[in-house]
Each structure stands twice: as structure tokens, then as C-alpha cells.
Design a protein around this ligand. Structure first.
Ligand SMILES: NC(=O)c1ccc[n+]([C@@H]2O[C@H](COP(=O)([O-])OP(=O)(O)OC[C@H]3O[C@@H](n4cnc5c(N)ncnc54)[C@H](O)[C@@H]3O)[C@@H](O)[C@H]2O)c1
Length: 396
């Protein structure tokens, strides 16, 4: 394959869609990836109209089936290198499976599927076919999430005793779904969202942040899935007390009914030597609390190895992130761009027949996506038994 930009095809994204926007900006961030095609809407006629209205020229398709089938006969310069799936949750499994079978890599939104059985299928297929697969857990794309991961996994705050990982919003505090909100309507519908509303939508991000930063898995849960807004079928408030693989404890909590809260995702990790705090609404720094010392505030791009807390072995690739100097703020779009950049690296290796490592260290893997669904289903079981401790399945 030449060094032409990677070609990306969109599944979903037409008519007032939300998350396609930051993704498509992030795809174009480096000039090495571009959106070239899209099946943007379930109705084929509207899908083509939406593609014709796209802000830059793309090839429109009436459906993702058509887009994937057409790929087989395109010349190399026009072939899709990966598809980005930005549809509601019930339209993740089918295009992901079909794309992998057609030899196209997959970048899919979270939660990965409606059920863990579907996720297991995707894991097995991606392993069997050796196709790169990313799941869009945005917040692991922040540079500071990567620094947090290094600090905790390197043992710099000691053994992890306790983690509070949370995502608190307020936008579903009233029955927004009855006001014609496209984004709310499918999120409260079990057929399109899955078995958990708030847990699936944002609790999975909190779980991913916990697992990414600490490297620890949840082994048992005691969960409460609650619905505060009358007439809603799914939970809008999700609280899970967790046992961790190392014997530590964690709270994974999410809520969409806390009026005024926007996208308050954050994590506190309390270790035997110190505590780490990070919040995505202020993603340019993280704080380390140590006994008897002033708090340490680490800014993206202002980190030096061997500073009295960070040892000399801070990995060079963490220190040398080629983005803008600190003080020029990075945020949400940059996190998405970092995920697409790292995924591009693996897709290029794969295309060149080289080994790639989709191990969850640079972006969430298909296995991480499965873990999200396994967690939700275990929480649903626990919730039905009034929060009884319930074991998570073993990894696949
Ligand atoms: N990573 C994040 O931070 C983040 C943030 C928001 C949403 N999401 C996830 O992204 C996905 C989309 O969420 P959203 O808020 O953008 O939803 P949305 O309703 O704004 O957009 C969904 C899009 O999918 C299209 N669509 C639906 N069925 C389709 C089909 N069969 N073929 C083609 N297009 C189809 C719709 O027309 C629309 O364009 C969800 O899985 C959601 O959980 C992730």
C-alpha cells in the first residue's frame, strides 16, 4: 500500500447526528486519514441525500451493506481501510462483523454491542481474521490518561486500594425523550440501547477509565440500576460497588439525572503511597497527592523524568508526544485524534503484513468492548438480586 491517506467509510452520521462530528474532525487531524464514503442514514434515499450534503465530497451509499460490498471491486487507491461505526448501539454488531469479513478494519462506538454474546462473536472473528478493531472509549485518548496509566501501573502511588471512577451528567433529568431529541430517544429504548441505559451509555466509559488507568479488572459487582424519571424503561442512575483483581475496591458510578452536571467524567485512585486525581472536564493536568507534601500538578507536555516523583524510566514515547506545547489547550477532539492516530498505525502495519498489537494500551480493543458488555450484564444480574455480589465472567 502506498503512503496515501487512509480511506475511512462512515456508518451513520447523517441528519443531526452527534458523535460523528468530533470523529470526522479527528480523522482529518493529521492529513494522513480522510473520510471518503458513508452510509449515513437507515433510509437509502435519505442516506444518499445526506452524503450529497456532506461538507466535503464523499461517496454516498444507500446502506452499509452496499458500501461494504462495493469495496471488493474498488481500485486500491479508493478502497476503504477502515469503517467508523457511529450508529446507535443496535447497529454496531452487524456492520462490524460484515466489514471484518470483507477485510476492512473496524473502529466502533461504545457500548460495543447489545449483548455480550455478540461481543464475544466480534472478539473471536477479529482474532481469527487478524483484523484491527478499536472501540471508541474517548477518554483514554487524553495524554493525561496515558500519564495516569503509567503512574499507577508503575506503582508510583503504591498498591491500589480504592478507585472512584465516575461519569455524571444531567441532560436526562427530565423526560427529554418526549421532546423529540434524537439522541435521547434511542438511549432510553432497550431495543436500540441495550439492557442498561445510563450504565451502557456512560458507565462503560467509567469502567474503561478504571481498567485503563489501573490495569485491574473487576472480579465481582454489587450493583444498583435505578430509574428516577417516571415512565422510563431503562436506568438513568447506575451505581456499582466493585471488587478488584488485587483485592482492592472500586466504585463505578454514572448518572444522567444530576441537573447542571455536564460531562463530569473523572477518576480518583487511592494507593498505599498516594492518590491520583483526574477529570476530563479539565483534561490538561492531573494531580498527585502525597503524605506530608504539597500537591503535585502535572501538566501535559511539562513532565520531566527523575523529578523526585517520576522515575528516570518514563517511556520516551510518553514524553515525546508530538502534539502542541502545553498551555495551548488540548481537549475532546485531540483525545479522539490520538485514538485515530494510534489506530492508523496498526491499520498500516496490518496492511503491510506486519505484526500489530491491539492490546488496549493506545485505544480500547475489541476485548475491552466485550468487557464493557460483560460488566453490564453482570450488573443487571446483581441489580435484579437487590445488589447481591455477582461474579464477573472470566476473560475470553
Ligand atoms: N465515545 C463517546 O464519547 C460517545 C459520545 C456520544 C455517543 N457515543 C456513541 O456513538 C453512537 C452514536 O451516538 P450519537 O449520539 O451520535 O447518536 P445519533 O442519534 O446522534 O446518531 C446516530 C446516527 O446513526 C444513523 N443510523 C441509525 N441507523 C442507521 C443505519 N442502519 N444505517 C446507517 N445509519 C444509521 C442515524 O441516522 C444517525 O445519523 C452510540 O453508540 C453512542 O453510544 C459515544
Amino acid at each position: 500500500m502506498s503512503n496515501r491517506p487512509l480511506n475511512v467509510g462512515l456508518v451513520g452520521g447523517g441528519r443531526g447526528a452527534f458523535i460523528v462530528n468530533p470523529h470526522q474532525k479527528a480523522i482529518h487531524f493529521d492529513g494522513t486519514r480522510r473520510v471518503v464514503a458513508g452510509a449515513l442514514f437507515p433510509d437509502p434515499k435519505i442516506a444518499l441525500q445526506e452524503a450529497a450534503k456532506w461538507p466535503y465530497p464523499i461517496k454516498g451509499y444507500g446502506s452499509y451493506d452496499e458500501m461494504i460490498a462495493a469495496n471488493a471491486t474498488l481500485p486500491d487507491a479508493e478502497k476503504l481501510d477502515y469503517i467508523l461505526i457511529v450508529t446507535p448501539n443496535h447497529v454496531h454488531y452487524d456492520p462490524a462483523m460484515k466489514a471484518m469479513k470483507a477485510g476492512i478494519a473496524v473502529f466502533c462506538e461504545k457500548p460495543l454491542t447489545l449483548t455480550s454474546k455478540e461481543s464475544v462473536d466480534l472478539v473471536k472473528t477479529s482474532r481469527k481474521l487478524g483484523v484491527p478493531f478499536a472501540v471508541a472509549h474517548t477518554y483514554v485518548g487524553h495524554w493525561t490518561s496515558r500519564l495516569a496509566r503509567y503512574i499507577v501501573r508503575r506503582g508510583l502511588i503504591g498498591d491500589v486500594r480504592w478507585v472512584d471512577s465516575y461519569y455524571i451528567q444531567g441532560w436526562l433529568a427530565t423526560k427529554v425523550e418526549d421532546t423529540g431529541s434524537q439522541q435521547a430517544s434511542w438511549r432510553v429504548d432497550p431495543k436500540r440501547a441495550g439492557g442498561s441505559g445510563c450504565g451502557g451509555d456512560i458507565g462503560t466509559h467509567a469502567l474503561m477509565q478504571l481498567r485503563y488507568v489501573t490495569g485491574l479488572d473487576v472480579t465481582e459487582v454489587s450493583a444498583q440500576l435505578e430509574t428516577f424519571v417516571e415512565g422510563r424503561q431503562l436506568d438513568d442512575h447506575f451505581t456499582v460497588y466493585c471488587k478488584l483483581g488485587n483485592g482492592g475496591r472500586a466504585l463505578v458510578r454514572a448518572s444522567q439525572i444530576c441537573i447542571g452536571k455536564k460531562n463530569n467524567l473523572g477518576i480518583t485512585v487511592a494507593g498505599t503511597k498516594g492518590t491520583l486525581e483526574w477529570s476530563q472536564e479539565e483534561p490538561e493536568s492531573l494531580t498527585i497527592l502525597l503524605p506530608g507534601q504539597p500537591d503535585r500538578l502535572y501538566w501535559r507536555g511539562q513532565v520531566a523524568a527523575g523529578d523526585g516523583f517520576l522515575p528516570k524510566d518514563v517511556p520516551a514515547d510518553l514524553l515525546a508526544e508530538p502534539t502542541i506545547p502545553s498551555g495551548h489547550p488540548e481537549a475532546f477532539h485531540d483525545a479522539f485524534a490520538r485514538l485515530h492516530r494510534c489506530f492508523e498505525d496498526d491499520v498500516r502495519k496490518w496492511k503491510a503484513g506486519k505484526k500489530f498489537v491491539s492490546d488496549g494500551s493506545k485505544y480500547a480493543s475489541v476485548e475491552d468492548g466485550w468487557m464493557g458488555l460483560a460488566f453490564l450484564e453482570t450488573c443487571l444480574k446483581s441489580g435484579k438480586r437487590k445488589g447481591a455480589w455477582t461474579r464477573m465472567p472470566k476473560s475470553i
